[in-house]
Design a protein around this ligand. Structure first.
Ligand SMILES: Nc1ncnc2c1ncn2[C@@H]1O[C@H](COP(=O)(O)OP(=O)(O)OP(=O)(O)O)[C@@H](O)[C@H]1O
Ligand SMILES: [Mg+2]
Length: 335
């Protein structure tokens, strides 16, 4: 209804009020005057839902989220709260393109003091990434980490319906959790993952109560640490490969630096080296970005040589002599 129409409607109502005969029958026939009821804003509705979620769950957080954040944060971490894995959300560590990471107080069910909850942003707030390259050769995983085979779900995925997009979204999250779990078990330098929910992953927190670990990108390493850390990262790239994973988005932005040590994070886009046509190039890009960062710290490794050597050893030769022996690549130190 446009404003003009509305105006005439009302006008005729008023006119009727002054000219109407005041008998019962006419009163009954009379149209009701539409009283203007203020519409609830989207923010009011979100706030109401968030309040219900928080209160019903008996879950109040030290951290005060913004209005839009509150709903998705509380919904996502409430299962962790219910399982007593966390007892509070203390601070927002970082709002990223795809996810927000929060520092949480661990619950009685956990052995650490602090945990990190990576909460994926609702689809409309997330930056759409060009994900086709990562999806090649990937199985779609459900919440339990099993391959999606149900024909209705497969149809929804193909049609990219809302339901299909949700399945795809869960699959990213579960891939991240599965990869982190396997890598952590294998001794890789990744945060220990604890639990995965519909929209969040709970994992080891790197940092302390005052600050989260910075990314490698934002620190300048002392020379005495740089060589060891470069070796450690190259070793981890190789370890990942032996477990069937390539990070796919590795760079100094996705490595945390804390107590002179490194931890690799951010795994939703992990790819399978044998099933993805672009695996070699994605591996090379990961290695190149790590080498570029260390070149700025005056440590030089030829990324192409390293990647080629790695690939040869793992995919062209015997599979049992797998892990790097450090003499296979050389680090040149410049003054
Ligand atoms: N386990 C953790 N402990 C401490 N801080 C963390 C942890 N995991 C992630 N972070 C912080 O949260 C940021 C975002 O995490 P992550 O890289 O996994 O998500 P993202 O959506 O890719 O974000 P971005 O777009 O910023 O890369 C990281 O850069 C880091 O600062
Ligand atoms: Mg990241």
């Amino acid at each position: 209804m446009n404003d003009k129409y509305d105006y005439y409607e009302r006008y005729s109502d008023y006119q009727e009020q002054y000219t109407r005969p005041n008998d019962r029958r006419s009163r009954r026939k009379r149209k009701k005057v539409a009283h203007h009821v203020a519409k609830k804003s989207e923010d009011d509705i979100i706030a109401e839902i968030a309040e219900t979620i928080g209160l019903e769950g008996g879950f109040e957080t030290t951290y005060t989220p913004s209005l839009h954040e509150e709903t998705f944060l509380l919904e996502a971490v409430r299962p962790f709260y219910t399982e007593e894995l966390i007892s509070d959300v203390l601070m927002l560590v970082k709002g990223g393109k795809e996810a927000n990471v929060y520092c949480c107080k661990a619950g009685v069910g956990s052995s650490s003091d602090l945990l990190a909850a990576k909460v994926y942003r609702p689809r409309k707030f997330r930056t759409i990434r060009n994900d086709a390259v990562y999806r090649q050769g990937r199985t779609i995983l459900d919440n339990d980490g099993n391959e999606v085979r149900d024909s209705r779900e497969l149809r929804a995925l193909a049609k990219k319906s809302g339901f299909g997009i949700n399945i795809q979204h869960t699959s990213w999250l579960v891939h991240e959790f599965v990869a982190m779990s396997e890598l952590w078990e294998a001794g890789a330098a990744v945060p220990q993952p604890y639990e995965v929910g519909d929209n969040a992953i709970l994992m080891e927190y790197v940092g302390d109560a005052t600050m989260a670990a910075p990314t490698l990108q934002s620190v300048r390493l002392e020379k005495r640490h740089a060589k060891r850390l470069l070796e450690k990262l190259l070793f981890n790239i190789e370890l990942m490969l032996t477990k069937g994973w390539i990070h796919g988005d590795l760079s100094a932005f996705n490595v945390l630096y804390w107590h002179e040590d490194v931890t690799v994070i951010d795994f939703p886009q992990v790819i399978n080296p044998t099933r993805n046509r672009d695996a070699y190039n994605l591996l090379l890009r990961d290695v190149q970005r790590v080498c570029d960062y260390f070149a700025r710290q005056r440590m030089h490794v030829d990324a192409r040589v390293f990647t080629h050597d790695l690939w040869q050893r793992h995919f062209s030769q015997r599979q049992d002599d797998r892990l790097a022996d450090e003499s296979r690549f050389e680090i040149e130190v410049s003054e």
